[in-house]
Design a protein around this ligand. Structure first.
Ligand SMILES: C[S@@+](CC[C@H](N)C(=O)[O-])C[C@H]1O[C@@H](n2cnc3c(N)ncnc32)[C@H](O)[C@@H]1O
Length: 252
């Protein structure tokens, strides 16, 4: 195996940031056993293709990735898991016809979207009738407070080369997005339901978002990681991020 890929996989396996990847892989494996034909998976905001890489052993998956920045897409291409990659600004929706994907994965992307309901409604359209949606996103007990603080900080010091989609910065000069959309556990789940999905499962894997290098060292400890994951999955309402697995419910 390529040295860089091996190092990346090692990083994914040892960081709580990626603790939900195992869950996604398991769900994709379950889904793929029900199919004899390729399972079409859309990775929305695929970034450098970490998910496609991590799940590459799952058979029958046909990955498609969307992202805004070409450097991310170039890295995703190198992972060699994606049948198709496309440069798209999700703020304008997604360029696919209805009923063409078996799974849509939106991993840490809704938080950047000024109109997340529009995007969720598009996921509903592009999914096949028996399709599954997987959303992973940060949540907070006090989302309004967090959003207010972020707005003030942004006015005072917008992160360099970063864009918030509710402002007028030219995205071509930006290299990353700024979080503008803050959810609680309930508002995220309700928004997904409101866009026509039926919730199958909600789970969590970490209780706070690590901003300090010191914690990376702690996260190398397997017992620490297991303790955090077990705590978060027992009390998902107090977790810093949740994963929602949903099915497409017919809209009458
Ligand atoms: C936190 S990263 C998550 C990356 C990836 N899903 C993963 O699991 O590693 C968010 C991704 O969303 C992409 N993104 C943010 N805003 C976007 C937009 N308006 N259109 C397309 N992609 C966007 C970013 O380029 C970035 O790759």
């Amino acid at each position: 195996m390529d040295k860089d890929i091996k190092a990346l996989l090692q990083r994914i396996n040892s960081r709580l940031k990626y603790a939900h990847f195992g869950y996604i892989k398991e769900k994709l494996a379950e889904i793929s056993t029900r199919f004899s034909t390729p399972v079409r998976v859309l990775d929305v905001g695929c970034g450098p293709g970490n998910l496609g890489l991590f799940c590459r052993e799952v058979e029958k998956l046909e990955w498609y990735g969307l992202d805004l920045w070409s450097n991310e897409l170039t890295q995703a291409q190198q992972v060699d898991s994606y049948a198709g990659l496309c440069q798209v600004n999700l703020v304008n929706g997604i360029p696919f016809r209805s009923d063409c994907f078996d799974v849509v994965i939106c991993n840490e992307v809704l938080m950047y979207m000024p109109d997340s309901e529009m995007l969720l409604a598009r996921f509903h359209e592009v999914l096949k009738e028996s399709g599954r949606l997987i959303v992973y996103n940060p949540v907070s007990l006090t989302p309004n407070l967090a959003a207010g603080i972020k707005r003030i900080i942004r006015r005072w010091a917008q992160a360099k080369e970063s864009i918030a989609w509710d402002c007028q910065t030219d995205w071509k000069k930006a290299v990353r997005a700024t979080r503008i959309n803050y959810y609680s556990y309930n508002t995220l789940v309700n928004e997904i339901v409101g866009c026509g999905f039926k919730i199958i499962d909600v789970n969590a894997f970490r209780i706070f978002r690590n901003r300090f290098r010191w914690f990376n060292k702690l996260e190398n400890n397997v017992s620490y990681r297991q303790a955090v994951v077990s705590l978060a999955s027992r009390f998902p309402r107090f977790a810093s991020d949740i994963i929602v697995l949903a099915s497409k419910a017919s809209r009458l």
